[in-house]
Design a protein around this ligand. Structure first.
Ligand code: GLN
Length: 405
């Protein structure tokens, strides 16, 4: 055995020893494909239509408020569960927009983005053996959220083209072990906006089985064509069994600030706050302060935001249809799910996405990232359109290469 072989054998023994001690939970999921696609976009110098972050500027007054907060020396830890001023502003806005009155002292936890709010909520309420109902396709984080919190997921399909769900299938997914259902409206990746009637149907099942609704409402202000965002907590009977997840990222175009929150009844907020405290202690204090300014922006800010995104959505629908994608028109959020069957591409969604990023210069998210069973997303890819016009121009140009093939 050469010296090289000996050292290889040695390191693989060490690797095997380490392997035994690693987390079985973490073994069960991969790194985020969405975030990986951004890295690939950078590597291949491709246009990033994959990860949902705006590439345009945030509102000047919100940025100025952050600069001012740092100058004012708001540079030390905020209260663990969030700066009082921000929690007050969150409570005021929730009442103003959804008519739900909450106690900022006992029912709001500010977190590092809604990602942490979701994880803290799940870890705060789940026990081994608990089941969580998840609509799919779903935002990829919910899978790892379920695994790390110890929940058993029960998937219920949203069916294209309208992404409706089968009421009986949903009924069957609930049972005595159901601890919660995750509802993401407006929905990523489908753009579905759940109707009042659908939410009431879900509400009745939550009440029947004494389950929580954990609702991810991060795209609440990105809605089109007269759709209305309805918070589950505003429904009769849901005020005290809903955990509302939200944040600054999408509404104020500051995804890198990592300021989110969970609004939950006091008894659920207690464990959520504890989990949050030991995960991250708190979100960035000066950015929480800037959040106060953001949450007080006038109603015109939100109408403009939605209208700007509607224009981008319509343009992107045209670009994609011209390039040969079958699009599912979103009623909210800033993604377009597409069907790629028309390309007769030999290979699945992952291979198609790799081809797009390497050979065409466009990064997208493979559909399988949004399903438990990858086969279900094998003919889908997701585009985001939260990009400036010049980025959409570049996307259009690159995609013209696809049509001419
Ligand atoms: N929500 C964004 C998306 O789906 C990404 C968020 C993130 O990467 N944390 O693309």
């Amino acid at each position: 055995m050469s010296a090289g072989e000996a050292s290889t054998a040695g390191s693989s023994q060490i690797a095997a020893a380490v392997q035994r001690t690693l987390s079985a939970k973490a073994e069960r999921f991969t790194e985020s494909v969405i975030r990986e696609m951004t890295r690939l976009a950078m590597q291949y110098d491709a246009v990033n239509m994959a990860q949902g972050f705006p590439d345009f500027s945030a509102a000047p007054e919100v940025k100025e408020a952050a600069r001012q907060a740092i100058s004012d020396d708001i540079n030390q830890y905020a209260i663990t569960w969030g700066a009082k001023e921000l929690r007050d502003a969150i409570a005021r806005k929730f009442e103003r927009t959804q008519g739900v009155r909450v106690d900022p002292e006992r029912e709001i936890t500010v977190t590092c983005g809604s990602t942490e709010a979701m994880m803290a909520a799940m870890m705060g309420i789940i026990n081994p053996g608990d089941e969580v109902v998840i609509f799919e396709p779903h935002y990829e984080n919910y899978g790892p959220d379920a695994i790390l919190s110890g929940a058993t997921p029960r998937f219920v399909q949203l069916q294209p083209p309208d992404w409706n769900f089968d009421r009986d299938e949903l009924k069957r997914a609930f049972g005595p072990k159901t601890k919660a259902i995750i509802v993401n409206t407006p929905n990523n990746p489908t753009g579905k906006v759940f109707s009042r009637e659908e939410l009431e149907f879900i509400r009745d099942l939550c009440v029947r089985w004494n389950a929580f609704a954990v609702t991810d409402e991060i795209y609440e202000h990105i809605i089109f064509d007269g759709s209305k965002h309805i918070s589950m907590a505003s429904l009769d009977g849901m005020r005290d069994r809903t955990i509302t997840i939200n944040g600054m990222s999408k509404t104020y175009s500051v995804t890198g600030w990592r300021v989110g929150w969970a609004i939950a009844p006091p008894e659920a907020s207690v464990p959520i706050r504890k989990v949050h405290d030991f995960l991250t202690v708190g979100a960035a204090a000066p950015l929480q302060q800037a959040g106060v300014t953001a949450l007080e922006l006038p109603p015109t800010y939100y109408t403009k935001l939605a209208e700007n995104y509607r224009v981008k959505r319509d343009r992107m629908l045209g670009i994609l249809a011209d390039a040969g994608f079958r699009c599912f028109k979103p009623a909210g959020a800033y993604y377009i799910m597409t069907d790629i069957s028309g390309f007769n591409f030999r290979g699945d969604d992952v291979e198609f996405a790799k081809y797009l990023v390497r050979d065409i210069g466009i990064a997208v998210v493979p559909g399988s990232s949004f399903y438990d069973d990858p086969a279900m997303g094998a003919k889908q890819v997701r585009f985001t359109f939260c990009k400036k016009d010049s980025t959409l121009d570049a996307c259009e140009k690159k995609l013209s290469k696809l049509c001419s093939r």
